[in-house]
Write a protein that binds this ligand. Structure first.
Ligand code: ADP
Ligand code: MG
Length: 700
């Protein structure tokens, strides 16, 4: 029996040859074919008279076929002009083909066969009016024998499919139409589980599929797309909610009680008071930790919003209850920097964290001391890179894993599965605030806390798009006031392929010219970790005035005395990346400045740069970045098993996602194992689409 997984070749009329062609478009099964949706449409609803066509650039015309004239220009370009008449005028339908000199092949044979004198033709194309009679360069056509015969691909909105070399629209349209007619009823439908909602169309899935391929109008097409998207999001949100429920099924072993032995002392030792957002975040986290289920939360806060002390509060709650906690960072530099700031913050309460990186693990004595300390619970807090999760590192009572700058690790890296603790509480932190539509789909199974406001007293960074001269002149002014400057480059060394400045070459140049009176430090990712640290430390201690660097300073660096950042070739960076970089300055009560040096003047660049100069809020920038770049690039999601949507659109469909999520929650709450009859289709869909996740979902 046919089902969605059946190969298209099983269908009557789809032979080996057509199946091979479809395979080149990644269409193998019936499901692939049904959901191979058009990338755009051609509106051919209005067929106009030839007289009218003379006034339009694009048009659909209809007329009777007359004589054909053929000629060949030099270089083998052949032109075929065919007379087309209607009551109002006459026009030539024009075709171009290439042909090898002296080749005997008739390149127009096929067309001439279709356009026999006396038949009728529908033509879609571009009108060209020269002197005398005009012509229409044919983009697509269809011929019918009688004037009143109904055309298949005219008088309606026509799908335009994504295609590849050697496969034309006519082939895809014809083949998909055949498949659609035979099989579209096979597509599973869950619309009966979704209540009505004003503004969101609800259609049976097979009807929606037909309408997406062959809508009556462009509005119709969009409504059908949204209707199909609603079902897609509903199934996804249901799966995510089930998954999340499952996290909650396993009780954890650790238990915490707010004892305040360490926490109060820590709070009192800080030079500042927690902000409202920080208090709320700590509250969320503590109630997760006190719950009987493991915490699985992400803390999203713009750069500089003060996530570190929030994480430390969680860590101290674990420690004051006798447990161990670790912080995992994406880079060695960040680990070391955290190690220093956290050691300082904890010095008042006499707790000493350790630093675990490939460098510290190299030293035998230190390594053995650390490994033993973890095993016997003498060491309470460890800060480190991936090295921390190596197999040889075993903890006695690890209960909390904090992942800093989580966005650097990728969406689906599973820290829960680390095997370092039985049922660890996981706190992830991310400085790339992601748009809500993404957080609801990518992080659907994770709880989210956002920190929107930064600690008081910060002056927003001023951002300009400027010339090098202006940037350097202003930087020197700041340097003379004792402040420090970052200059960021997209490249380490010059490359022949890209005409871009590099940090190595430019530092030589600038140290002899603009910045000859100042000390310049050079930092890039190819350096040894120890070398990098030395440079950073020197910059922190003001032994350098200027730090010229690649983007390795993007995360976590905290050097409040730096008040200027100059970014070379700013057009080479993503918006969120630039915003992250900008977060390195403006970390004190002094006014800070970013100068974006842009070498491209494309419209896209100007638009992006103007977003940065006018918007300071990371969430807003992330939304705009999503709109400009799409979710794949924004999150690096394609590599990370991010769900692909056939019709759903993360930029346009936020209302649908929200609605689908609410419906999903209700459905699952009513039937947590999806065992009721009415939910059988949904259950099947989830099992099929999320087979990698179903082991986490208890629906059998
Ligand atoms: P991020 O969220 O980017 O990780 P950090 O935790 O590094 O931010 O904090 C940025 C800076 O703000 C640090 O120097 C930190 O000491 C300081 N800070 C954190 N919370 C507050 C607060 N409530 N009031 C004043 N300064 C704070
Ligand atoms: Mg941080």
């Amino acid at each position: 029996m046919l089902n969605l997984e059946s190969k298209v070749q099983c269908l009557e009329g789809i032979g080996y040859k057509r199946a091979q062609m479809l395979a080149r478009l990644a269409i193998e099964t019936i499901e692939d074919a049904l959901t191979f949706f058009p990338s755009q449409y051609q509106d051919r609803t209005r067929v106009i008279s030839l007289k009218e066509a003379y006034e339009q650039s694009q048009s659909c015309i209809f007329g009777k076929v007359g004589k054909a004239y053929e000629r060949m220009l030099p270089q083998g370009l052949c032109i075929l002009d065919i007379e087309i008449f209607d009551k109002t005028s006459m026009i030539y339908a024009r075709f171009f083909r290439r042909k090898k000199m002296y080749s005997g092949i008739d390149v127009f044979a096929h067309i001439k066969n279709d356009f026999k004198c006396g038949v009728f033709a529908y033509i879609y194309g571009e009108t060209k009016i020269g002197s005398g009679l005009g012509s229409i360069i044919v983009n697509d056509y269809e011929t019918v024998n009688n004037e009143n015969d109904k055309p298949l691909f005219f008088n309606k909105v026509i799908p335009v499919y994504p295609t590849t070399e050697g496969i034309n629209q006519k082939f895809i349209r014809g083949t998909l139409k055949d498949i659609l007619e035979l099989t579209c009823g096979l597509y599973p439908d869950v619309s009966n589980l979704i209540p009505d909602c004003k503004g969101i169309y609800k259609l049976n899935s097979s009807f929606a599929i037909q309408k997406i391929h062959y809508p009556n109008s462009l509005v119709d097409a969009e409504n059908a797309r949204r209707a199909f998207a609603l079902q897609e999001f509903f199934v996804l949100e249901s799966a995510l909610f089930l998954w999340r429920n499952n996290f909650r099924k396993n009780y954890k072993v650790q238990k915490y009680e707010v004892k305040k032995t360490l926490l109060t002392a820590f709070k009192n030792s800080l030079k500042f008071k927690f902000t409202k957002d920080q208090k709320k975040a700590i509250n969320d986290i503590f109630s997760d930790m006190k719950s009987v289920y493991p915490m699985n939360r992400i803390l999203m806060g713009d750069v500089g919003s003060g996530k570190t002390v929030v994480a430390l509060s969680a860590i101290l709650l674990a420690v004051e209850n006798g447990y161990q906690a670790i912080i995992i960072t994406p880079t060695e530099i960040l680990a070391e920097q955290h190690y220093i700031t956290i050691s300082n913050m904890l010095s008042g309460i006499d707790i000493k964290p350790v630093l675990v990186t490939s460098s510290t693990l190299k030293k035998k004595r230190e390594r053995e001391r650390m490994l033993a300390g973890f095993r016997n619970n003498d060491i309470k807090i460890a800060i480190g890179t991936h090295s921390l999760i190596e197999d040889r590192i075993k903890f006695k009572k690890l209960s909390l894993i904090v992942v800093d700058e989580q966005h650097r690790f990728g969406v689906t890296q599973k820290f829960a599965a680390l095997d370092k603790a039985q049922s660890p509480d996981i706190l992830m932190m991310s400085a790339t605030p992601i748009p809500r539509s993404l957080s609801m789909t990518v992080y659907g199974e994770i709880d989210i806390t956002t920190m929107v406001h930064s600690p008081p007293g910060r002056i927003p960074v001023k951002t300009y798009s400027s010339s090098e001269q202006v940037a350097y002149t202003n930087a020197i002014k700041e340097l003379k006031n004792g402040n420090q400057v970052y200059i960021v480059y997209p490249l380490i060394v010059e490359s022949e392929k890209l005409a871009l400045k590099s940090v190595v070459q430019d530092s030589e140049k600038l140290s002899q010219t603009w910045f000859k009176d100042f000390k310049i430090g050079l930092l890039h990712s190819k350096m040894m970790p120890s070398e990098k640290n030395e440079i950073l430390l020197k910059f922190k201690n003001k032994e350098f005035n200027v730090l010229m660097s690649t983007t390795i300073i993007e995360v976590g660096m905290d050097i409040p005395n730096a008040t200027v950042m100059i970014i070379q070739h700013a057009e080479r960076f993503g918006l969120s990346e630039l915003h992250q970089l900008r977060g390195r300055i403006g970390r004190s009560s002094k006014q800070s400045y970013v100068y974006l040096i842009v070498t491209s003047r494309s419209e896209n660049t100007c638009k992006r740069i103007s977003i940065l100069t006018s918007v300071n809020n990371g969430f807003e920038i992330a939304e705009k970045d999503l709109k400009m770049r799409g979710p794949g690039e924004l999150m690096g999601t394609t590599q990370h098993g991010f769900p692909k949507f056939k019709a759903g659109d993360l930029v346009k469909d936020i209302d649908i996602i929200e609605f689908a999520k609410n419906c999903a929650v209700k459905t699952i709450e009513d039937d947590p194992s999806l065992s009721k009859d009415k939910n059988s289709v949904l259950k099947e869909l989830i099992q099929k689409r999320f087979s990698d996740k179903t082991k986490f979902i208890n629906i059998g």
